[in-house]
Structures are given as structure tokens and as C-alpha cells.
Design a binder for this molecule. Sequence first.
Ligand code: SAM
Length: 306
Amino acid sequence: MLSSRFTADGSFSLYSDNFAEGFHSSGGALEEAKSKFVLPAQLDRFPSGGCLRVLDVCFGLGYNTAALMAALPNKDGPILDCWGLELDRSPLQLGLAEPTFKALWPEHVLACLEAISARGRWQDASGQQSVQMLWGDARKQLRNLPTGLRFDLILLDAFSPGKCPQLWSEEFLLSLAELLAPGGRLLTYCRAAAVRSSLRHAGLELRSLLPKPGEGAGWSSGTMALRHSNDDVQSLPEMGAGWCGLSVMEEEHLLTRAGVPYRDPSGTDEAVLILKRRQQEQALGHRPSTSAWQRKWQGCEFRRSY
Ligand SMILES: C[S@@+](CC[C@H](N)C(=O)[O-])C[C@H]1O[C@@H](n2cnc3c(N)ncnc32)[C@H](O)[C@@H]1O
């Protein structure tokens, strides 16, 4: 069961009873799509006429893809080849039934969302740009992507690890990491130690997304994980627009019990089983407690030192 709600920036969102969680932070659905996905994507890196390949994991209402499309030049921009993974068709249907949601988007973006809702696929008039949905469990549908596709951007917007650990498991994150092109970026609002540890374990370089002034997120508002490019010139600087290397505090976080990954070896386990498995691993391990880490860094809201 999904219910409607409006976020602080006035944009429409949903709450899921099944997952007992909102689709977006109360701060703003549109604002979140822009600050956590579009801004750190640095779209100006993608030249006109070149390909920009995007994987939107947990498409939902489509905010992240739509905000990305709205931020790209409508003509003479990169050629978008976007794939969406989503279990449920109803979030987008509910969005498209809400006039204020539709009013957020330029004409071509709205046409794209409507085509996706109706047919699961959109193509621009030239037939060059496309958005293609794979409906169903993202763990399964990941295997149905065309062989050899490598993504410049992966937007990971699942419900939080405590509610939807299936999409934050070491195995799922490794599969996503393998789909990143050299220089590709995985972006997520999630800053959980288990998720960051798994992304690093998958061979990606980590950056912390910086909260905007006044944002209630505290020490980080998410994670950018990068697959190294062979070309040194393209390697990601330690600091950039809206991100920064992990602080000592964040590195220590990864070593605590919170850094124990979610495991789903078969890629089919239910959330309860994945959570139970992790609790057992945490109890048997010898990692420092996360509450001791919290006490150590209490009051140092946003301490960064290298
Ligand atoms: C936080 S919401 C995504 C918000 C979305 N990016 C948007 O702009 O509205 C999480 C989404 O994950 C979807 N979901 C949950 N479990 C899934 C699964 N196993 N595979 C694919 N999608 C899933 C839900 O249906 C929901 O739409």
C-alpha cells in the first residue's frame, strides 16, 4: 500500500506501508534527486554527441532519471541510453495522476515518463535516446541487461538497508560495481558503513557526499563510488562539487560492527533472513561497537581531517 505525501520543497512523494518508509527524505523529493544524483554526476563531463549510459536502480516515481534528463541540454547534449529497474509500476502511475508532479518536468521529460508508464520504454524522435524499464526484482533483472553494457552512472535509490537489505547486499553491490564503465560513478543517498565497505570491497573508490548548509543529514548525505579509469587525467579528485574523501571518522565507522556487510549469496533471500544472517555475523565477530564509535565522535558533527 502506497500513500501520497508532499515534501518540504513542495514536491510530491509516496510512503510505502510494506517497507514502512518514505520514498524520499522529508526535505524534498526533487531537491534530493538534484543534490544527491544530478549534481555529483557532473553532467558537463559528457560531451555533445557522446553516449551517456545510466542505470536507475529503484526507478519509483522516476525523479532521478527525470531530473537528470531535465538537467541535460534538450538538443546537442550527450546521447542518453538509460535503463531503469523497478519492482512496482504503481509509483510512476500515482505520480502521473498528480498534476503538481507532472508540472515539475519539461515537455520531453514528461513525455518520457508517460511512455515508460504506458509501454515500459521511451525513445526520442530521432530514435537515438532511450529509456528502457526492466520491471521486477532488481536482483533478477540485473541479469537481463544486455551483455557487455557498462554504465557511466548508476543511481542507487533503494529503501534503506534496514528495510530493503536485498538491494544493499555485498553480492548485489558487487554486481553493480562490475557494470560500471571505467570512470563510472555509483551514486546513492546511503552512507551506511556496511554499504560503503561492500563498495570498497568491490574495488571502487569512495567519496562522501557533503550535506548542504542547513541540511539535517549531519556528517554526510550519501556516497559516491567510482570505478578507476585507466586514464589518470580522468581520475576523480579527492574533493569536488558536493563531495569529499572519507574523513577519519567515516573510515573508523567502516571498521565497527556497522561495517559488517549484508549477505545474500543466492540473490533470492528475504529481508528477514539477510538481516538475521548479518546479526549473527556481528555477534560472532570482534569488531568495536558502533555506539563506542558514536560516543568518540559525538559533538564532532562534521569532522574532516586527512
Ligand atoms: C526509495 S523508493 C525509490 C524512489 C525513486 N528513485 C523515485 O524517484 O521515486 C524505492 C523503490 O524501490 C522499489 N523496490 C523495492 N524492492 C525492489 C526490488 N527488489 N527490486 C526493484 N525495485 C524494488 C520500490 O517499489 C520503490 O519504488
